[in-house]
Design a protein around this ligand. Structure first.
Ligand SMILES: Nc1nc2c(ncn2[C@@H]2O[C@H](COP(=O)(O)OP(=O)(O)O)[C@@H](O)[C@H]2O)c(=O)[nH]1
Ligand SMILES: [Mg+2]
Length: 229
């Protein structure tokens, strides 16, 4: 069984068409929506669609992309998934690419849909946001010595075995640093990582949850990982 984990916060405008497109593109892939009790009713909307093969988890105690994805990954493992993908709910990650993302695990332990391998493919980001992301990747790669061009892509897939080795319960990052922390843990445990080009498009509906706290965390996390492992 294969699964895809989708963290959501206030994605009411996106979730119905997203789930429909996932089911169309990858009918056999179980979708696990992990919502942090969004005030806009994302979880209720997703549930009421009643699509087969879609589970909706609601977390009430804390908020954060990192812990939400972590809980979704752990849930997928408990369900017995052999391969688990993650993607955003805002169509920045094209649901039609999901089958290819999972299939890439034929040749690697971790597959990454990459915005930056072999050139930059990002649509509708202003120069500031694009430079921030490119700089963040350069920063992370330099401090941690990772080969991956896009260390902060949330469009990824993992073999279940790698997820188990990563001891997800102790991953601390709350924001996008979660992506750096999980990649670092996978690489340190000898996982093979393969990147393939994707086109990333900025959302049309809803709002980005990027904020100062998330940026600060991204600045210190590579140092924490390098110094403390
Ligand atoms: N459960 C949960 N999901 C989140 C949270 N913050 C962001 N997300 C989801 O993570 C994905 C990426 O977030 P987004 O705001 O689009 O970030 P951006 O693409 O970097 O601007 C989207 O599916 C969001 O709904 C959060 O605190 N909790
Ligand atoms: Mg987004």
């Amino acid at each position: 069984m294969q699964a895809v984990v989708i963290a959501t916060y206030n994605e009411a405008e996106n979730i119905p068409s997203l789930l429909r497109q996932i089911k169309e593109a990858a009918p056999d892939v179980a979708a696990i929506v992990v919502d942090d009790d969004s005030p806009d009713g994302t979880a209720r909307i997703a549930r009421e669609m009643g699509l087969p093969g879609v589970e909706v988890l609601v977390r009430k105690a804390e908020r954060g992309y990192g812990p939400a994805v972590r809980d979704g990954l752990l849930h997928a493992l408990r369900r017995g998934a052999g391969r688990v993908a993650t993607m955003d709910a805002d169509f920045s990650h094209d649901p039609r690419v999901l089958p290819e993302l999972l299939a890439r695990l034929d040749e690697a332990d971790v597959a990454i849909g990459s915005r930056y391998v072999g050139g930059v493919r990002v649509i509708n980001w202003n120069a500031k946001r694009l430079l921030l992301s490119i700089f963040a990747n350069l920063y992370v790669r330099t401090i941690l010595g990772l080969d991956t061009q896009d260390c902060t892509s949330g469009f990824r897939a993992y073999q279940a075995g790698v997820l188990r080795k990563m001891k997800l319960r102790t991953v601390r990052s709350n924001g996008y640093s979660f992506l750096v922390e999980t990649l670092w843990r996978a690489a340190r445990r000898g996982a093979t990582i393969s990147e393939f080009p994707i086109i990333f498009e900025e959302r049309h509906e809803g709002e980005s949850k990027m904020n100062r706290g998330i940026i600060w965390e991204s600045i210190w996390t590579p140092w924490r990982l390098r110094l403390r492992g």
